[in-house]
Each structure stands twice: as C-alpha cells, then as structure tokens.
Design a binder for this molecule. Structure first.
Ligand SMILES: Nc1ncnc2c1ncn2[C@@H]1O[C@H](COP(=O)(O)OP(=O)(O)O)[C@@H](O)[C@H]1O
Ligand SMILES: [Mg+2]
Length: 211
C-alpha cells in the first residue's frame, strides 16, 4: 500500500508563543484514519498544517509524493482545490448563495461540470433534501455542518479531511454523516482523515491516532 500523506518532526509556533510539536505519522492511500484528542491538543492546528493552510516552523508535509510547502502559493491552491476536500468546524458557505448554489460553485471552482442530480443525492443522504434552496442563515448549526460536508464531497477529492464533523450533531445525524463520509471515501478510493474529540466515532475506524 502506498502512503498518501506523511509528515515528520513538525513544529508549529503561534505568535503568542504557544508551540506544538507533532513527531510523525503516515496515512496509507485509501485508509480511514481518526485523529483523536481532547480539546486543545492541536487537532485543528495539525489539519491546517497537513492541508497547506499553515506553514510549520520546521518539518516536512508530503501529500501524494509532493512536498506541499515547496509549492508556490498558487500551485498550492490548485493542488488543494483538485485533491483535498476540507470540512472545517466553521462552515465557510457563501452567504448570498443557496445550499445547492454553494455546491454548484464548488464544482465550478474545481473545473468540473454541473451535476445537479448527483448533488441532490448527496444532500438527500445527509437529510438535507428539503434545504436545497435555503440560504446559510436559514440553517441550524447541524444543517450548516452537513451542507459543508456535502460541499467537500462534490469534487470527489482523493483526500477528505474533516475537523470535528459530528460535534454539533445528535446521534442520528452523526451516524448519517459518518456513514456517508466512509461510504463516499470507499466508493471512489479516497483517503479519509478525521480529527475529533467525539468518542462515539472510535469504533468505526480501523486506524486511530491519539494526540
Ligand atoms: N491562532 C492561534 N493563536 C494562538 N494560539 C492558538 C491559535 N490556534 C490555536 N492555538 C492554541 O494551540 C493549541 C491547540 O489548539 P487547536 O489546534 O485548536 O486544538 P484542538 O483542535 O485539538 O482543540 C491550543 O493551546 C490553542 O490555544
Ligand atoms: Mg479543533
């Protein structure tokens, strides 16, 4: 099995002096990996570093054989747009667009054509079928989170990264979200990396890394 994402000897330093270190880690292509840790242990920081949003003060991050911090900012944005689906704690949806329009925009930005029926299926699966025409401000916290998940899935990224995807969800919707993420990852061979403090997820992953 080949390695999709790896890092070694990462050091991250925030301006206020807080320093975090992450010794090293490899995720094989096609696997589903859970990063488990209590609040404040550095999960969000690590995900930001792994997807190219935050340069570490030292250490190397390799995604699909590419040293991502060796790329120019423009190439890095392209690389992320094409290969990485990100689901953050705060859903970054465009406020003036409906849920469906947000998904269409994500496909367009990645250079993919429209596929409204596939987008509807993804929304249905997330119990969001009746929110297709809603604007972000009309959604609850949990619905916003599921819309953000749908948006990350529409480009069929080879690497799906999610930060606390279930934290605002009740058991039923947490189940639905994890089932969909696992199934989507499985069906097109994507690698799934989820960071969470939600211990409900522990049994669903073969590989767990504790921070
Ligand atoms: N922008 C920031 N500036 C300064 N310190 C930060 C910043 N973001 C996070 N931290 C600190 O880094 C540590 C790890 O935070 P974070 O990565 O958000 O952890 P987690 O996601 O596991 O809760 C915490 O001590 C937090 O206070
Ligand atoms: Mg976090």
């Amino acid at each position: 099995m080949s390695v999709l994402i790896s890092y070694s000897d990462l050091e991250v330093r925030y301006k206020n002096g807080i320093g975090l270190s992450f010794p090293g880690f490899e995720v094989d292509k096609g696997t589903h990996c859970l990063i488990l840790g209590d609040s404040g242990t550095g999960k969000t920081t690590l995900l930001h570093v792994l997807c190219g949003l935050m340069k570490p003060s030292s250490g190397i991050v390799t995604v699909a054989g590419v040293d991502i911090y060796g790329l120019s900012p423009k190439r890095m944005d392209q690389f992320r747009g094409q290969h990485v689906g990100l689901i953050f704690q705060q859903a970054h949806l465009i406020k003036s667009l409906t849920v469906l329009e947000n998904l269409k925009m994500a496909r367009w930005l990645a250079g993919l054509g429209e596929n409204t029926s596939e987008l509807s299926v993804i929304l249905e699966r997330l119990n969001m079928g009746d929110k297709i025409k809603s604007y972000p401000h009309e959604l609850s916290q949990g619905q916003l989170q599921r819309a953000a998940i749908a948006r990350a899935l529409v480009n069929r990224p080879r690497l799906l990264i999610a930060d606390e995807p279930t934290s605002a969800l009740d058991d039923r919707n947490a189940e639905a979200v994890i089932a969909l993420l696992l199934e989507q990852a499985q069906s097109y061979g994507a690698t799934l990396l989820i960071a969470t403090h939600d211990k409900r997820l522990k049994d669903k992953f073969s590989s767990t890394y504790i921070l």
